[in-house]
Design a protein around this ligand. Structure first.
Ligand SMILES: Cc1cc2nc3c(=O)[nH]c(=O)nc-3n(C[C@H](O)[C@H](O)[C@H](O)COP(=O)(O)OP(=O)(O)OC[C@H]3O[C@@H](n4cnc5c(N)ncnc54)[C@H](O)[C@@H]3O)c2cc1C
Length: 325
Protein backbone atom coordinates (compact mmCIF):
# COMPACT_ATOMS: atom_id res chain seq x y z
CA UNK A 1 0.00 0.00 0.00
CA UNK A 2 1.39 3.39 -1.04
CA UNK A 3 0.75 6.85 0.35
CA UNK A 4 -0.75 8.79 -2.54
CA UNK A 5 -1.66 12.48 -2.56
CA UNK A 6 -4.21 13.68 -5.10
CA UNK A 7 -4.30 17.44 -5.64
CA UNK A 8 -7.70 18.50 -6.99
CA UNK A 9 -11.07 16.88 -6.22
CA UNK A 10 -12.60 17.49 -9.66
CA UNK A 11 -13.74 14.57 -11.83
CA UNK A 12 -10.14 13.63 -12.70
CA UNK A 13 -8.97 13.51 -9.08
CA UNK A 14 -12.11 11.64 -8.02
CA UNK A 15 -11.61 9.09 -10.79
CA UNK A 16 -8.08 8.45 -9.51
CA UNK A 17 -9.28 8.20 -5.92
CA UNK A 18 -12.08 5.81 -6.95
CA UNK A 19 -9.66 3.58 -8.86
CA UNK A 20 -6.85 3.53 -6.31
CA UNK A 21 -8.84 2.80 -3.17
CA UNK A 22 -6.55 -0.08 -2.22
CA UNK A 23 -3.90 2.56 -1.44
CA UNK A 24 -3.71 5.14 1.30
CA UNK A 25 -5.20 8.13 -0.54
CA UNK A 26 -5.33 11.72 0.66
CA UNK A 27 -7.17 14.20 -1.55
CA UNK A 28 -6.68 17.98 -1.37
CA UNK A 29 -8.79 20.75 -2.84
CA UNK A 30 -8.51 24.50 -2.50
CA UNK A 31 -12.29 24.82 -2.59
CA UNK A 32 -14.73 24.08 0.23
CA UNK A 33 -16.40 21.43 -1.97
CA UNK A 34 -15.38 18.67 -4.39
CA UNK A 35 -16.33 18.84 -8.10
CA UNK A 36 -14.28 21.76 -9.48
CA UNK A 37 -15.87 22.86 -12.74
CA UNK A 38 -18.93 20.70 -12.06
CA UNK A 39 -20.62 23.34 -9.98
CA UNK A 40 -24.20 23.89 -8.80
CA UNK A 41 -24.78 27.35 -7.35
CA UNK A 42 -27.60 28.19 -4.96
CA UNK A 43 -28.62 31.82 -4.50
CA UNK A 44 -31.65 32.46 -2.31
CA UNK A 45 -34.35 30.36 -4.01
CA UNK A 46 -32.47 29.97 -7.26
CA UNK A 47 -30.37 27.02 -8.42
CA UNK A 48 -28.00 26.97 -11.37
CA UNK A 49 -25.61 24.41 -12.87
CA UNK A 50 -23.22 27.06 -14.07
CA UNK A 51 -20.23 24.81 -14.79
CA UNK A 52 -20.79 21.50 -16.63
CA UNK A 53 -24.43 21.32 -17.76
CA UNK A 54 -24.93 17.67 -18.59
CA UNK A 55 -23.25 14.45 -19.55
CA UNK A 56 -23.79 13.16 -23.07
CA UNK A 57 -25.63 9.85 -23.22
CA UNK A 58 -23.23 8.70 -25.95
CA UNK A 59 -19.97 9.38 -24.15
CA UNK A 60 -17.88 6.23 -24.27
CA UNK A 61 -16.41 6.04 -20.77
CA UNK A 62 -17.90 2.77 -19.54
CA UNK A 63 -16.68 3.08 -15.96
CA UNK A 64 -18.26 6.52 -15.48
CA UNK A 65 -21.65 5.06 -16.46
CA UNK A 66 -21.09 2.18 -14.03
CA UNK A 67 -20.27 4.58 -11.18
CA UNK A 68 -23.28 6.78 -11.97
CA UNK A 69 -25.64 3.83 -11.91
CA UNK A 70 -23.93 2.10 -8.94
CA UNK A 71 -24.51 5.13 -6.69
CA UNK A 72 -27.70 6.26 -8.48
CA UNK A 73 -26.21 9.67 -9.28
CA UNK A 74 -27.85 10.60 -12.56
CA UNK A 75 -31.13 10.73 -14.42
CA UNK A 76 -31.69 10.65 -18.14
CA UNK A 77 -34.00 13.31 -19.57
CA UNK A 78 -35.07 14.16 -23.11
CA UNK A 79 -35.36 17.81 -24.11
CA UNK A 80 -35.95 20.12 -27.08
CA UNK A 81 -32.42 21.15 -27.97
CA UNK A 82 -31.30 23.72 -30.54
CA UNK A 83 -28.26 22.24 -32.26
CA UNK A 84 -27.88 25.68 -33.86
CA UNK A 85 -30.38 28.29 -32.68
CA UNK A 86 -29.30 30.92 -35.22
CA UNK A 87 -29.88 28.49 -38.08
CA UNK A 88 -33.12 27.23 -36.55
CA UNK A 89 -31.85 23.66 -36.23
CA UNK A 90 -33.53 21.62 -33.48
CA UNK A 91 -33.63 18.07 -32.26
CA UNK A 92 -34.90 15.96 -29.35
CA UNK A 93 -31.84 15.21 -27.28
CA UNK A 94 -31.25 12.72 -24.46
CA UNK A 95 -28.87 13.88 -21.74
CA UNK A 96 -27.77 12.73 -18.29
CA UNK A 97 -28.01 15.22 -15.41
CA UNK A 98 -27.28 14.91 -11.68
CA UNK A 99 -30.09 13.73 -9.36
CA UNK A 100 -29.77 17.00 -7.41
CA UNK A 101 -27.84 19.25 -9.77
CA UNK A 102 -24.64 18.37 -11.59
CA UNK A 103 -22.50 18.84 -8.51
CA UNK A 104 -24.35 16.01 -6.78
CA UNK A 105 -22.42 13.64 -9.11
CA UNK A 106 -18.88 14.47 -7.84
CA UNK A 107 -20.20 15.18 -4.36
CA UNK A 108 -21.72 11.71 -3.97
CA UNK A 109 -18.66 10.00 -5.46
CA UNK A 110 -16.54 11.90 -2.93
CA UNK A 111 -18.85 10.84 -0.06
CA UNK A 112 -18.96 7.22 -1.21
CA UNK A 113 -15.25 6.61 -1.63
CA UNK A 114 -14.53 7.89 1.88
CA UNK A 115 -10.87 8.81 1.43
CA UNK A 116 -8.94 11.11 3.73
CA UNK A 117 -9.47 14.66 2.50
CA UNK A 118 -8.48 18.25 3.13
CA UNK A 119 -10.85 20.78 1.58
CA UNK A 120 -10.09 24.53 1.76
CA UNK A 121 -6.46 23.50 1.32
CA UNK A 122 -4.69 25.07 -1.63
CA UNK A 123 -1.38 23.28 -2.25
CA UNK A 124 1.29 25.87 -2.97
CA UNK A 125 4.47 23.81 -2.90
CA UNK A 126 5.72 20.24 -3.34
CA UNK A 127 9.14 19.14 -2.15
CA UNK A 128 11.15 15.91 -2.28
CA UNK A 129 12.77 14.93 0.99
CA UNK A 130 16.03 13.08 1.66
CA UNK A 131 14.09 9.82 2.23
CA UNK A 132 12.71 10.09 -1.36
CA UNK A 133 9.23 10.81 -0.05
CA UNK A 134 7.31 13.99 -0.81
CA UNK A 135 5.82 16.77 1.28
CA UNK A 136 2.97 19.04 0.26
CA UNK A 137 2.49 22.52 1.69
CA UNK A 138 -0.65 24.56 2.02
CA UNK A 139 -0.40 28.07 3.45
CA UNK A 140 -0.93 26.71 6.95
CA UNK A 141 0.46 23.19 7.03
CA UNK A 142 2.93 20.60 5.79
CA UNK A 143 1.61 17.16 4.79
CA UNK A 144 4.40 14.55 4.82
CA UNK A 145 5.54 11.18 3.52
CA UNK A 146 3.85 10.64 0.17
CA UNK A 147 5.17 8.04 -2.31
CA UNK A 148 3.25 9.50 -5.26
CA UNK A 149 1.78 12.92 -6.05
CA UNK A 150 -1.04 13.07 -8.62
CA UNK A 151 -1.81 16.64 -9.70
CA UNK A 152 -5.29 16.98 -11.23
CA UNK A 153 -5.77 20.69 -11.80
CA UNK A 154 -5.81 22.85 -14.97
CA UNK A 155 -2.59 22.50 -16.99
CA UNK A 156 -0.94 25.88 -16.42
CA UNK A 157 -1.57 25.72 -12.69
CA UNK A 158 -0.15 22.19 -12.47
CA UNK A 159 2.92 23.28 -14.45
CA UNK A 160 3.49 26.16 -12.03
CA UNK A 161 3.14 23.83 -9.04
CA UNK A 162 5.50 21.15 -10.36
CA UNK A 163 8.05 23.12 -12.40
CA UNK A 164 10.91 22.35 -10.01
CA UNK A 165 10.22 18.61 -10.12
CA UNK A 166 9.26 18.00 -13.76
CA UNK A 167 11.29 18.83 -16.85
CA UNK A 168 8.91 20.82 -19.06
CA UNK A 169 11.58 21.53 -21.70
CA UNK A 170 10.57 18.21 -23.32
CA UNK A 171 7.02 19.42 -23.83
CA UNK A 172 7.25 21.22 -27.12
CA UNK A 173 3.60 22.00 -27.64
CA UNK A 174 1.22 22.65 -24.77
CA UNK A 175 -2.50 22.01 -24.27
CA UNK A 176 -4.74 25.07 -24.22
CA UNK A 177 -8.08 26.16 -22.79
CA UNK A 178 -10.92 28.45 -23.77
CA UNK A 179 -12.26 30.79 -21.09
CA UNK A 180 -16.04 31.18 -20.65
CA UNK A 181 -18.05 33.87 -18.85
CA UNK A 182 -21.31 32.41 -17.59
CA UNK A 183 -24.42 34.38 -16.64
CA UNK A 184 -27.15 33.05 -14.34
CA UNK A 185 -30.50 34.80 -14.63
CA UNK A 186 -33.96 34.33 -13.29
CA UNK A 187 -37.53 35.71 -13.65
CA UNK A 188 -40.38 35.49 -11.14
CA UNK A 189 -42.87 34.81 -13.94
CA UNK A 190 -42.53 32.01 -16.43
CA UNK A 191 -41.46 33.19 -19.88
CA UNK A 192 -42.87 30.02 -21.49
CA UNK A 193 -39.84 29.50 -23.71
CA UNK A 194 -40.33 26.19 -25.56
CA UNK A 195 -36.74 25.38 -26.42
CA UNK A 196 -34.97 24.34 -23.22
CA UNK A 197 -31.31 24.42 -24.24
CA UNK A 198 -29.04 24.80 -27.20
CA UNK A 199 -26.07 26.22 -29.02
CA UNK A 200 -25.49 29.57 -30.75
CA UNK A 201 -28.25 31.66 -29.26
CA UNK A 202 -26.38 34.68 -30.58
CA UNK A 203 -22.89 35.29 -31.97
CA UNK A 204 -21.79 36.12 -28.41
CA UNK A 205 -23.78 33.45 -26.53
CA UNK A 206 -22.63 29.95 -27.41
CA UNK A 207 -24.90 27.98 -25.07
CA UNK A 208 -28.09 28.43 -23.05
CA UNK A 209 -30.00 26.11 -20.73
CA UNK A 210 -33.13 26.25 -18.66
CA UNK A 211 -32.66 25.11 -15.05
CA UNK A 212 -36.29 24.28 -14.18
CA UNK A 213 -36.07 21.05 -16.20
CA UNK A 214 -33.31 20.02 -13.76
CA UNK A 215 -34.66 21.32 -10.46
CA UNK A 216 -38.37 20.59 -9.97
CA UNK A 217 -38.45 22.67 -6.78
CA UNK A 218 -37.73 25.94 -8.66
CA UNK A 219 -40.71 28.29 -8.89
CA UNK A 220 -38.83 30.99 -10.84
CA UNK A 221 -37.81 30.75 -14.48
CA UNK A 222 -34.02 30.16 -14.25
CA UNK A 223 -31.46 30.11 -17.06
CA UNK A 224 -27.71 29.79 -17.54
CA UNK A 225 -26.03 31.48 -20.51
CA UNK A 226 -22.45 30.77 -21.63
CA UNK A 227 -20.82 33.63 -23.48
CA UNK A 228 -18.84 32.44 -26.51
CA UNK A 229 -15.13 31.88 -25.92
CA UNK A 230 -14.38 34.49 -28.59
CA UNK A 231 -16.47 37.09 -26.79
CA UNK A 232 -15.01 36.04 -23.41
CA UNK A 233 -11.42 36.35 -24.66
CA UNK A 234 -12.11 39.79 -26.10
CA UNK A 235 -13.83 40.92 -22.90
CA UNK A 236 -11.89 38.98 -20.30
CA UNK A 237 -11.87 41.80 -17.70
CA UNK A 238 -15.28 43.23 -18.49
CA UNK A 239 -17.13 44.80 -15.59
CA UNK A 240 -19.57 42.20 -14.22
CA UNK A 241 -22.61 44.48 -14.34
CA UNK A 242 -21.89 45.41 -17.95
CA UNK A 243 -21.54 41.73 -18.90
CA UNK A 244 -24.76 40.78 -17.10
CA UNK A 245 -26.73 43.60 -18.73
CA UNK A 246 -25.43 42.66 -22.18
CA UNK A 247 -26.30 38.96 -21.78
CA UNK A 248 -29.72 39.84 -20.37
CA UNK A 249 -30.49 42.20 -23.27
CA UNK A 250 -29.63 39.51 -25.86
CA UNK A 251 -31.72 36.91 -24.04
CA UNK A 252 -34.75 39.20 -23.71
CA UNK A 253 -34.56 40.42 -27.28
CA UNK A 254 -34.24 36.88 -28.65
CA UNK A 255 -37.26 35.52 -26.78
CA UNK A 256 -39.23 38.78 -26.69
CA UNK A 257 -39.35 38.80 -22.89
CA UNK A 258 -41.34 41.52 -21.15
CA UNK A 259 -41.19 40.11 -17.59
CA UNK A 260 -38.88 41.67 -15.03
CA UNK A 261 -35.71 39.98 -13.98
CA UNK A 262 -35.52 38.82 -10.34
CA UNK A 263 -31.88 37.69 -10.16
CA UNK A 264 -28.70 37.94 -12.20
CA UNK A 265 -25.08 36.99 -11.50
CA UNK A 266 -22.04 36.13 -13.59
CA UNK A 267 -18.96 33.95 -13.15
CA UNK A 268 -15.64 33.91 -14.96
CA UNK A 269 -14.13 30.52 -15.80
CA UNK A 270 -10.58 31.17 -16.96
CA UNK A 271 -9.83 27.54 -17.78
CA UNK A 272 -13.28 26.43 -18.84
CA UNK A 273 -12.92 23.89 -21.62
CA UNK A 274 -9.94 22.25 -23.31
CA UNK A 275 -9.27 23.68 -26.75
CA UNK A 276 -6.26 21.55 -27.67
CA UNK A 277 -5.70 18.35 -25.70
CA UNK A 278 -2.32 17.00 -24.65
CA UNK A 279 -3.08 13.61 -26.19
CA UNK A 280 -3.78 15.23 -29.57
CA UNK A 281 -0.36 16.88 -29.48
CA UNK A 282 1.72 14.08 -27.97
CA UNK A 283 -0.33 10.84 -28.01
CA UNK A 284 0.46 10.63 -24.27
CA UNK A 285 -2.04 10.22 -21.44
CA UNK A 286 -0.24 12.07 -18.65
CA UNK A 287 2.91 14.05 -17.84
CA UNK A 288 5.35 12.58 -15.33
CA UNK A 289 8.55 13.37 -13.45
CA UNK A 290 11.70 11.44 -14.34
CA UNK A 291 11.50 9.36 -11.16
CA UNK A 292 7.87 8.40 -12.02
CA UNK A 293 6.57 9.76 -8.72
CA UNK A 294 4.77 12.92 -9.76
CA UNK A 295 2.03 12.87 -12.39
CA UNK A 296 -0.08 15.52 -14.05
CA UNK A 297 -3.56 14.69 -15.31
CA UNK A 298 -6.85 16.46 -16.01
CA UNK A 299 -9.52 16.84 -18.67
CA UNK A 300 -6.86 18.72 -20.69
CA UNK A 301 -5.13 15.38 -21.38
CA UNK A 302 -7.99 13.96 -23.47
CA UNK A 303 -10.67 16.54 -24.22
CA UNK A 304 -13.20 19.02 -22.95
CA UNK A 305 -15.84 17.09 -21.07
CA UNK A 306 -16.25 15.60 -17.64
CA UNK A 307 -16.19 12.13 -19.20
CA UNK A 308 -12.72 13.00 -20.61
CA UNK A 309 -11.69 14.02 -17.10
CA UNK A 310 -12.90 10.69 -15.68
CA UNK A 311 -11.20 8.77 -18.49
CA UNK A 312 -7.88 10.60 -17.94
CA UNK A 313 -7.94 9.71 -14.24
CA UNK A 314 -8.84 6.08 -14.97
CA UNK A 315 -6.03 5.71 -17.51
CA UNK A 316 -3.43 7.10 -15.11
CA UNK A 317 -4.71 4.87 -12.30
CA UNK A 318 -3.88 1.76 -14.36
CA UNK A 319 -0.26 2.92 -14.66
CA UNK A 320 0.02 3.78 -10.96
CA UNK A 321 -1.28 0.28 -10.13
CA UNK A 322 1.51 -1.26 -12.24
CA UNK A 323 4.18 1.01 -10.72
CA UNK A 324 3.13 0.39 -7.15
CA UNK A 325 3.18 -3.42 -7.24
C1 LIG B 1 -18.92 26.73 -18.12
C2 LIG B 1 -18.55 25.30 -18.34
C3 LIG B 1 -19.44 24.45 -19.00
C4 LIG B 1 -19.12 23.11 -19.18
N1 LIG B 1 -20.06 22.29 -19.73
C5 LIG B 1 -19.82 20.96 -19.78
C6 LIG B 1 -20.86 20.07 -20.15
O1 LIG B 1 -22.01 20.46 -20.39
N2 LIG B 1 -20.56 18.74 -20.20
C7 LIG B 1 -19.32 18.25 -19.88
O2 LIG B 1 -19.10 17.03 -19.94
N3 LIG B 1 -18.32 19.08 -19.50
C8 LIG B 1 -18.55 20.42 -19.41
N4 LIG B 1 -17.57 21.27 -18.97
C9 LIG B 1 -16.23 20.73 -18.72
C10 LIG B 1 -16.12 19.94 -17.41
O3 LIG B 1 -16.67 20.68 -16.37
C11 LIG B 1 -14.63 19.68 -17.15
O4 LIG B 1 -14.06 19.03 -18.28
C12 LIG B 1 -14.35 18.78 -15.94
O5 LIG B 1 -15.21 19.10 -14.87
C13 LIG B 1 -12.88 18.96 -15.54
O6 LIG B 1 -12.56 18.17 -14.42
P1 LIG B 1 -11.09 18.17 -13.82
O7 LIG B 1 -11.13 17.33 -12.60
O8 LIG B 1 -10.11 17.79 -14.87
O9 LIG B 1 -10.76 19.69 -13.45
P2 LIG B 1 -11.47 20.65 -12.41
O10 LIG B 1 -12.94 20.41 -12.38
O11 LIG B 1 -11.02 22.03 -12.76
O12 LIG B 1 -10.90 20.22 -10.99
C14 LIG B 1 -9.70 20.72 -10.48
C15 LIG B 1 -9.84 20.88 -8.99
O13 LIG B 1 -8.56 21.27 -8.47
C16 LIG B 1 -8.74 22.24 -7.45
N5 LIG B 1 -7.47 22.97 -7.37
C17 LIG B 1 -6.91 23.80 -8.28
N6 LIG B 1 -5.70 24.22 -7.85
C18 LIG B 1 -5.48 23.64 -6.65
C19 LIG B 1 -4.40 23.67 -5.71
N7 LIG B 1 -3.28 24.38 -5.94
N8 LIG B 1 -4.52 22.95 -4.55
C20 LIG B 1 -5.63 22.22 -4.31
N9 LIG B 1 -6.68 22.15 -5.17
C21 LIG B 1 -6.60 22.84 -6.33
C22 LIG B 1 -9.93 23.06 -7.93
O14 LIG B 1 -10.57 23.70 -6.85
C23 LIG B 1 -10.81 21.98 -8.57
O15 LIG B 1 -11.73 21.43 -7.65
C24 LIG B 1 -17.87 22.61 -18.75
C25 LIG B 1 -16.98 23.47 -18.08
C26 LIG B 1 -17.31 24.79 -17.88
C27 LIG B 1 -16.38 25.67 -17.11
Amino acid sequence: MKNIAIIGAGMTGLSLAYNLQEHNITIFDKSWRPGGRVSTRKHDNYLFDHGAHYLSTNHSVVQLNEVISRYNLGKEIEIDFATDYLKNKKTRKKIIIGQNGMNSIPNSIFDNIKVKSYLNSKIIKISKNSNDLFSLFSEKKEFKDFDYILICIPYLQSKELSKELIDFTQIFSEPSYDPIHTVMLSYKDNNNIKIKAGLNLHKDISFFMNQNIKFNELSNDCWVLNMSSEYTKNNIDIDKTELEKYAQSIFEETFDIKNEISFIKSHRWLYAQTKLSFNTISKKNWINSKDNKIFLSGDWVLGKSLSDAWDAGEKLSHYIKILSV
